[in-house]
Design a protein around this ligand. Sequence first.
Ligand code: ZN
Length: 253
Amino acid sequence: MQPYHKTQGVILKTRKYSESSKLLTVYTREFGRVNALAKGARKLKSRFGSSLEVFTESKFLLYKQPMAGLYVVSQSQILSPHEGLYSGSGKFAAASVMADFLYTHTVQGEKHEELYQFFRGSLKALELSGSTQNVLLSFMLKYLSIAGYRPNLKACASCGKPDRSASKSYRVSAKHGGILCEACSRKEGDSVVISGPSLKALCCLQENGYQVVAGLKLESCLGDEIRKVINNFLEYNYEYSLKSLKVMEEMVK
Ligand SMILES: [Zn+2]
């Protein structure tokens, strides 16, 4: 195998490696999540410029010796700086939640092109959108879908009975994978109760692109219910306790 690899990727994390170098975690299109050493990147006049900042998408030439575990960045060039994420209004915090989620729930070296495209699209949407909260909630729902845990919001997830009621409230169960009909919800204690409008908003966040999602008006009571449902799914499928929920709550204050 050639020791040089061309790829493009988004920087998820950076940390100090030595006085002059940085260790990067990059989610790449070609190799999934990788660690890469950028020698001299902490120097004032680094040849990498700002191409190695967190959330920046860059093209890379990576070097890896056949038996070595770590890539070394040979060259890099900015594709998209996503500088709008640094503009305040909670965007950086939301992007950090997304990046941390991706970092935690992907396997090093496992390529997943759909996830890569989804992640970079989500950062771009966050950068351009007026609604940080909606983009983040939608990101989590879409991520669940890509990962094969798409919440079924159209029919009873237990017996399959289609939802025909214009019900005032619904029960959602992560264990069953979606909403429950009345009969099934009587048997199932472990579920979250949400209102009809919350279910409608959940569907919108799940089904639509970010442009539509950003325009959705969420009253705070709906936002609370929606966060509860998403949290329920994340905890059930990932044991992810959404400490990010606190971050989200901070952001929408
Ligand atoms: Zn049912």
